[in-house]
Every structure is written in structure tokens, then in C-alpha cells.
Design a protein around this ligand. Structure first.
Ligand code: JAH
Length: 243
């Protein structure tokens, strides 16, 4: 968090970060944070008491509590944007099999509590997921990116008519190891370039993210879009693409 984009944002005073060691809120010789799960089963669960002591100290009335877990609601660009609007985020990183569920319930009446997942895989703990979220959230804070256009132009940026993944991008040289940049990008025809990029975005989305295509708003499709979608090998019926 002291490197690159986040480090610069923090140097500029746009954001600040703090990190805490949960064991600072343990009072036994072994600084115990885990115990065996009620009901049996493998692994260990994080004890509620150190979390309660820590969060009582760290949370503020305007804070939001964010808990990374594979069983959380999906962390999306829209969630990142919503979190970027907040003034204080507290991330509670679990280890082992996770945090005693009563901790999240205890704080829910006091602050906004979100259990979130950054994807369907299991990490060794929440820390890396939190770094991912911090980066996604921080770049949406005004001034952090420097280039406002890069935020609004994002394929996942909320408020866009359609949500497609971006097509391929190219830079100099025009020819590289036997591959030329597509002619249309060298043509200077801005309308044709925009259309080509949109077609490529549809093709790539159909191939790799049929889930996104299935959620497309039909109001955002013109005749050309519909024809292109019909030509694609879709897992879903093109007539239903926009549900
Ligand atoms: C693993 C606590 N969605 C990614 C993700 C987030 C958190 C965890 N795993 C994956 C995790 C062990 C303990 C959290």
C-alpha cells in the first residue's frame, strides 16, 4: 500500500491506511485468536473476543465493516464505487475457516457490514482479497488516478449503457513479428473504429463472458449489434440476450 498508485495517493493525502495486528487485542500468554469449531469439522475458527475488542477500538460511527469471505456477496465495480463514496472502511481479514459469525451480527446494527467475495476460490486468508478491493476502490477516489477519463471509460464502470469486456488494444509499431495492427484502426474513420471496437467487445464477451451478455439491456442495442449477436455462437438465444 506504500507503492505505486496507492502509495502516491497516500503521499498526496487523498487516502490514508492503517494496519492492525489482531493479537494486540489478546490477553493470554499465547495470544490466541482461534479455537475449534462448534459442531465439529476440520480447521479452526477465529474467536469472537479479540475481534470484538479490536473492532470496538478501530470502528467509528461512519465506518463500514468489510469482511472478505468466499461465501460473501460478489465484490463488483458497482460495490467498489459505493465503497469509494464512504469515508472510513475497516477490513476484517480472517484466517483459518473464518471469523465466528456472531462478530458480523454484533456490528450489523452499529455500522454497515458487508461480507464480500472477490471470486470463487479459497485463499489462505482475507488479506490478499482486501488488497484487491483497496486498489479497486482507491482508483475511484477523485484525484487518485489523475486521469479521470480512464475511470469513466472502463468496461465495468457503472452507468455505462452496456457492460461488455473490452476488445483488444494495440500500439506502435504497426507491424510486430509478422502481425499487423488491424487496418481499421489506422483508417482515421472514428465511426468505423468505434463500431469495430464495439463488435470486438461483443465477440470477446460472447466467447469469454456469456453471463455478461445475458444481462445486456436491449435498449442499448442497435440493428448492427443485433445482427452481430445473431452471427455469434451464443450459449444463450440471441433473441433472449437482453432478457
Ligand atoms: C479464506 C478467511 N473471495 C476470495 C476469498 C476471500 C477470503 C478468503 N478466501 C477467498 C478467506 C480463509 C479465511 C477468508
Amino acid at each position: 500500500m506504500s507503492a505505486s498508485l496507492l502509495g502516491k495517493a497516500s503521499d498526496k493525502g487523498l487516502l490514508s491506511f492503517g494496519v492492525h495486528d489482531l493479537r494486540d487485542w489478546t490477553y493470554d500468554r499465547h495470544r490466541t485468536v482461534d479455537d475449534t469449531p462448534y459442531g465439529g469439522g476440520p480447521g479452526m475458527v477465529m474467536k469472537p473476543s479479540p475481534w470484538g475488542e479490536a473492532l470496538d477500538d478501530v470502528l467509528t460511527p461512519s465506518a463500514r465493516l468489510v469482511v472478505p469471505t468466499p461465501s460473501g456477496r460478489p465484490f463488483t465495480q458497482a460495490v467498489a464505487a459505493e465503497m469509494a463514496a464512504g469515508d472510513h472502511l475497516v477490513f476484517a481479514c480472517g484466517r483459518y475457516e473464518g471469523i465466528d459469525s456472531r462478530v458480523m451480527r454484533h456490528y450489523a446494527p452499529l455500522v454497515r457490514v458487508d461480507e464480500v467475495s472477490i471470486g470463487d476460490y479459497v485463499l489462505a486468508g482475507g488479506e490478499v482479497a482486501v488488497l484487491v478491493m483497496i486498489e479497486a476502490i482507491s482508483r475511484l477516489v477523485p484525484g487518485v488516478l489523475g486521469n479521470f477519463e480512464s475511470v469513466t471509460d472502463d468496461s465495468f464502470a457503472p452507468g455505462r449503457m452496456e457492460t461488455l469486456v473490452e476488445g483488444p488494444v494495440f500500439t506502435k509499431p504497426r507491424d510486430w513479428r509478422g502481425q499487423a495492427v488491424p487496418d481499421v484502426l489506422m483508417s482515421g474513420h472514428h465511426g468505423r473504429i468505434a463500431r469495430w471496437r464495439r463488435d470486438e467487445a461483443f465477440r470477446r464477451t460472447a466467447a469469454l463472458r456469456p453471463d455478461l451478455l445475458a444481462r445486456l439491456d436491449p435498449a442499448g442495442l442497435d440493428k448492427h449489434d443485433r445482427k452481430l449477436l445473431e452471427s455469434l455462437d451464443l450459449a444463450v438465444d440471441p433473441g433472449r440476450v437482453a432478457k
